[in-house]
Design a protein around this ligand. Structure first.
Ligand SMILES: NC(=O)c1ccc[n+]([C@@H]2O[C@H](COP(=O)([O-])OP(=O)(O)OC[C@H]3O[C@@H](n4cnc5c(N)ncnc54)[C@H](OP(=O)(O)O)[C@@H]3O)[C@@H](O)[C@H]2O)c1
Length: 269
């Protein structure tokens, strides 16, 4: 009999690669996707050898409209279904909404929002049939905080993922699917390649170290939360405190504070 399978997007680096490592250590088979084939194959070889599991590397650019279908059709062709889905692939667009072309904005929405929503829509019926499912949407603390200059599309997409996850989790409960849970994982600054890719490493390196977390505890918090059925999890005490402050302080104050802070690592004009 096949082991349970977890499909992880953006598994060639950072938080996604850590999700692969932790689900592999739990004895799950994996389907790992990203654009960089060499990275996926290296990780697959490492995890298959260490944990005696099956890892299926799937090279896909999620900015392409048919990528979700291609991933799921390849898995179905191998007789595999998705028991857990981690929608993790993502990046930050450098610059502002004004000075970024529509092609890049559209690809961003596709990778960070449409693809997670489409994959969720397409794996849920099978999960319902089998009576088991876990969906983790990697959102961000930026989705909690007020929108700030430069974070324009990133914050709104991540806020959307939080609401989407809450609603899917509630729909599953209301529909009597007791063992299908969906969680938005909202990390703050996490060590990965994210800030190298978007060119903000020099600035983010000046942020205080207490604001940063390793990927491992972030991922552990996400897996624990989805198993408990929590709709949202903010990992780490510092991030939890910041998230709480955005809820209890008066809005004009949080807007000013968030705006000031984000100027330290975002281009705003
Ligand atoms: N690091 C942080 O501080 C932080 C904080 C809050 C939230 N997050 C979120 O955490 C998630 C993971 O980011 P990370 O920090 O682990 O960054 P990372 O180390 O740069 O990893 C990003 C992953 O996304 C994949 N990806 C990017 N564009 C893609 C595309 N068009 N198609 C398919 N895969 C694509 C990359 O793979 P390829 O390049 O090989 O395609 C890579 O595997 C993102 O959703 C991010 O928004 C990160």
């Amino acid at each position: 009999m096949n082991r349970r399978l977890c499909l992880i997007t953006g598994a060639s680096a950072g938080i996604g690669a850590e999700f692969a490592r932790q689900y592999a250590a739990l004895g799950w088979d994996l389907a790992i996707t990203a654009r960089r084939k060499d990275r996926l194959e290296m990780l697959a070889t490492e995890l298959e050898a260490t944990h005696k599991i099956t890892v299926i590397p799937l090279v896909q650019d999620l900015a392409r409209a048919n990528s979700a279908d291609k991933i799921l059709e390849t898995l179905a062709g191998q007789g595999r279904h998705v028991d857990a889905l981690v929608n993790n692939a993502g990046y930050g667009l450098p610059g502002t909404f004004f000075n970024t072309g529509w092609k890049d904005q559209a690809a961003f929405i596709r990778v960070l929002y449409s693809a997670p929503v489409e994959l969720t829509h397409k794996v849920l019926p099978g999960m319902a049939e089998r009576g088991y499912g876990r969906i983790i949407n990697v959102a961000s603390l930026a989705g909690y905080a007020p929108g700030t200059a430069g974070h324009t599309l990133y914050a709104s997409v991540k806020a959307g993922l939080i609401k989407f996850s809450e609603s899917i989790n509630a729909e599953c409960a209301a529909g009597g699917h007791k063992d299908i849970h969906c969680t938005a994982l909202c990390p703050g600054f996490t060590w990965s390649e994210f800030h190298d890719v978007n060119g903000t490493r020099e600035d983010t390196d000046k942020m205080p170290k207490w604001m940063w977390m390793e990927a491992a505890p972030v991922v552990r918090a996400g897996i624990d939360a989805v198993n408990k059925g929590s709709p949202v999890i903010v990992p780490g005490l510092a991030n939890k405190t910041l998230a709480t402050l955005t809820r209890i302080l008066p809005e004009p104050l949080t807007r000013t504070l968030a705006g000031r802070q984000s100027k330290r690592y975002r281009r705003t004009e």
